[in-house]
Design a protein around this ligand. Structure first.
Ligand SMILES: Nc1ncnc2c1ncn2[C@@H]1O[C@H](COP(=O)(O)OP(=O)(O)OP(=O)(O)O)[C@@H](O)[C@H]1O
Ligand SMILES: [Mg+2]
Length: 248
């Protein structure tokens, strides 16, 4: 079933006399339950695309439907409401609040959604457990590893059950092992039904997606489905190797 539909999505930036074309005529559909990787060189429009899809930004022209509703026609307030309700966003630098513990960080979207306190605690606790951080709810971001901080960010993005999880280079600040663990988590969430769209520079990371969309100069220049590598399985192989060596 269709979740995202764009038609001729274009985003121009004006800088003095110059016009930068960040997105040009992007027409595509993404189904519910898909796992999409977006690739392309620096400056090719990946983040601009994610920001428009995530209702953080609006197209200069073209149309965008999310979950059956035309988003490109909405004003800023309506857009913010849709964002809060339907979008979970994860960034490269986690964007957690350092003075709040993990639980309070995850609760934030629920405060904006006017969920009452006891319910907020319950949902945030469950979201942290879902990303494997049930034991770390009272830790502040500075008391967590990078991978744990990114998992808090994912719990925050998922806590109000968004239609789609958008992650702009979520492994960009993580080492390769922690990146793999993060991809295994995203694949597990995807199998449970979450639609996932990630931006990545790393071809390895892109192999864990089911669909690969390539951008160049603001346009889509490639869109292919692929056999999805299994991050949890790769992780198990890495963990098993030293043990096997010891046994031999
Ligand atoms: N606020 C802005 N004002 C003017 N130009 C911008 C702005 N944001 C992005 N651009 C331009 O739009 C183009 C696309 O930028 P975008 O951030 O989407 O690229 P990207 O593919 O995410 O790159 P990267 O891989 O480096 O993150 C670039 O040429 C960029 O310079
Ligand atoms: Mg970017």
């Amino acid at each position: 079933m269709l979740l995202i539909r764009t038609e001729n999505l274009t985003r121009l930036y004006r800088l003095g006399d110059e016009t930068v074309t960040a997105l040009l005529d992007v027409t595509l559909s993404i189904d519910r339950g898909d796992f999409v990787a977006v690739m392309g060189p620096s400056g090719s429009g990946k983040s601009t695309f994610m920001n428009v899809i995530g209702c953080l930004d609006r197209p200069t022209s073209g149309r965008y439907w999310l979950d059956g509703e035309e988003v490109s026609a909405l004003d800023a307030d309506a857009l913010a409401a849709i964002r809060n309700l339907k979008i979970g966003f994860v960034f490269q630098q986690f964007n957690l609040l350092d003075r709040l513990d993990a639980l309070s960080n995850v609760e934030l979207p629920l405060i904006y959604a006017n969920v009452e306190r006891a319910k907020r605690r319950e949902l945030a606790t469950a979201a942290l457990a879902r990303v494997g951080l049930g034991e770390r709810t009272l830790h502040r971001p500075t008391q967590l590893s990078g991978g744990q901080q990114q998992r808090v960010a994912i719990a925050r993005a998922l806590v109000n059950e968004p239609k789609v999880l958008l992650a702009d280079e979520p492994t960009g600040a993580l080492d390769s092992r922690t990146s793999l663990e993060l991809m295994a988590l995203l694949q597990a969430l995807n199998r449970e039904g979450t639609t996932v769209i990630i931006v990545t520079h790393e071809p390895d990371i892109a192999t864990y997606a089911a669909r690969l969309i390539r951008f160049l100069d603001g346009r889509v220049v490639g869109d292919t489905r692929q056999q999805q590598a299994d991050a949890a399985q790769v992780l198990r192989q890495i963990v098993r190797l030293p043990e096997q060596e010891a046994a031999e």
